[in-house]
Ligand binder design. Sequence first.
Ligand code: HDD
Length: 758
Amino acid sequence: SDTNPLKRAAQKVTETVRGDGDGPPEGIPGRPGSEPPSVAEPTEPREPLPPKPDQSGPDTYSPTGQATGADQARVAQAGSHLTDAQGVRRPDTDHSLKAGPRGPVLLQDHHLREKVMHFDHERIPERVVHARGAAAHGIFRSYGTAAAVTRAAFLAEDAETPVFVRFSTVLGSRGSADTVRDTRGFATKFYTSEGVFDLVGNNMPVFFIQDAIKFPDIIHAGKPHPDREIPQAQSAHDTFWDFVTLHTEATHHTLWNMSDRGIPRSYRTMEGFGVHTFRLVAADGGTTLVKFHWKPKLGVHSLVWEEAQIAGGVDPDFHRRDLADAIEAGAYPEWELGIQTFPDTPDQTFEGIDLLDPTNLVPEELAPVQPVGLLTLNRNPSNFFAETEQVAFHVGHLVPGIDITDDPLLAGRLFSYLDTQITRLGGPNFPQLPINRPHAPVNDMLRDGMHQTAVHRGTAPYRPNSLDGGCPFTAGADMSAYVETPVRVPEATKVREAPESFADHFSQPRRFWLSMTPVEREHIIGAYTFELGKCYEQAVKERALQVLANIDPELCAGVAAGLGLPAPEPTVPLADVAPSPALSQIGQTWPTDGRIIGIVTEPDGDLDGVRAVREAVLQAGMVPLVVAPTGGTLGDGDDALTVQRTFVTARSVEFDALLLAGAPGVADDAYGARDAKAGLTGGAPPAHDPRVALLLNEAFRHGKAIGAWKGAEAVLASAGVPTDAPGVIVTDSGTTALQQVTRLMGAHRVWERFMATG
Ligand code: HDD
């Protein structure tokens, strides 16, 4: 209904923000007092426009705890007129000061000098890993179900905590494409009442290495080759495969990367994992080992490889755009935080699985994921640099009730994340940046340093003191202080060694492989074949096949066939492990909220039908995009339909399903007849626009639902889409087609199509 803000917003977005700019301008959705943009430059001075509701800035707090949010404007944009950095109004910012219009530029031009100096220093070093990312603000509401095992205040019943979440790829540079095959970062900053807690996870539950000392090695191997600096943002090259095949503890994570998890459909449809085993501490001091999980409400969905590759070219910002558009449209992405709990026994294993080995996961069938709260992302950043780029996460940002274990990978991370910010953010005062500031009062004794923005008071930043009245005082555990759990450290001799239990590198990968459905296995074989096919070194390919043989003969044989190499025999006994069905992405039905449906029509197509179907898509909480030969509007008067994508700008990867409009109340071969009339056909099949044929053909091959209504059959035929294929619906009306297409989308894709087409 019209009162549903999500639908109203989605409608506005589809008409304006998502449009090709051809439709009637309607202003920026949700921006109070916004007028339709005019083509002329406004000349009447006015205060800066207020931010859009999903974009209002973060609450900001001074290091001493006072809110400074309201003052942000004083240091950023305020007043109606241009000034320089000193607040001096400037009458002209387009011309340097010169000795006459054709004369030399004068050195005394401070405005020129300041403007260019600032520009010269606008870039900061990008993150050494996870450089490419996108983020959003949100809220975490705790169910209270974890209260028995942790005293963390933000996990108490009904606690609400503001959060900032940054998603990322690992290997690519800041400007690289979103849809590359890679692990995704899933980092969450909880601004809790007891200080900041960062859960710095990934979309995969396991990691490449068991000890942080090898992190520089795996990253050097994965990054572009140091001589030519290629390839960008991908693992399909010799150094990566050289390392992961020589270093078989990487096998499990590599297999996840080669699975569909390596190419998510959206950040909104990814799981997240804390990876390490953490230790929860209850109010009575009791401890529990735990693994953190984020479960997306929309389900876990992926692209297919060809889609990912196309999107990398036609829309490198695919995931970034998807996240921001969804939030702007009010389709707020949600995840449940869940925990797997294990008794804190001295051996720190569960059902024979070493919990300190970060290449292991614990199957959900053995330890169910218990939901403890709901994360909702509801606000886009107002400034990418200030927030998404400057946010600084750290696994060591813990709150009372959450402690670490002796996972050797985690130990090295505890060092790395503080250290890297000094290079990246230019000094030790990065916690004072608005996005990093705790929402709890800060009263530290840290002073001075580069970019110090706090004006500290008092004379005694040391303890004990009498000159500042003894301030600040220390609190105990009963007053929310962070007290490390008194865990016994085993008596031992210093060694550079891993425990014996870290030596099993194949049983967990084998479990993952056995848990996949046939389609997912086919995709994995395809991914290995692609990546190894991009390697130059024969020895690397052969070694990779040996690793695969140790996981499973079917996997190895499939990849070997693709590479044209013999499949080796395993060198270790194949592990006898039970599959974990929870690891598969296929077989459930998911909500379709926020899914994007392309409605393809000709200007003389059944526009009444298009209108009806568009409304039905909106009513279903999804996003309709009308695709037509050119921009502008279709039909006349109040009923005119805005075209959001043209045959030039539309590409199949953007749509989760396609609907093909029929012809208005005419016979089945209406398109063919019309084309014949227009002299477009030189015989059969009819010469429909090849770009529509490509759209349909790709959607078909990528397992997407396709609906059409009477009169559109010939178009399907010209695209090579059989009308009797699974997931191809031809009915009398668009709305009936939509119903069936929506049902199919609940499964994400028409999986039978992959089996049918190979
Ligand atoms: Fe890391 C960033 C996740 C191991 C060193 N890491 C970074 C980010 C994520 C992860 C999501 C991006 C945070 C953001 O959005 O700003 N990293 C992981 C996970 C790991 C892991 C899940 C294993 C379980 N990382 C890891 C190791 C080391 C690092 C073993 C070093 C020894 N990671 C870093 C870093 C980064 C980083 C160099 C780069 C930028 C930053 O920290 O702030 O310190």
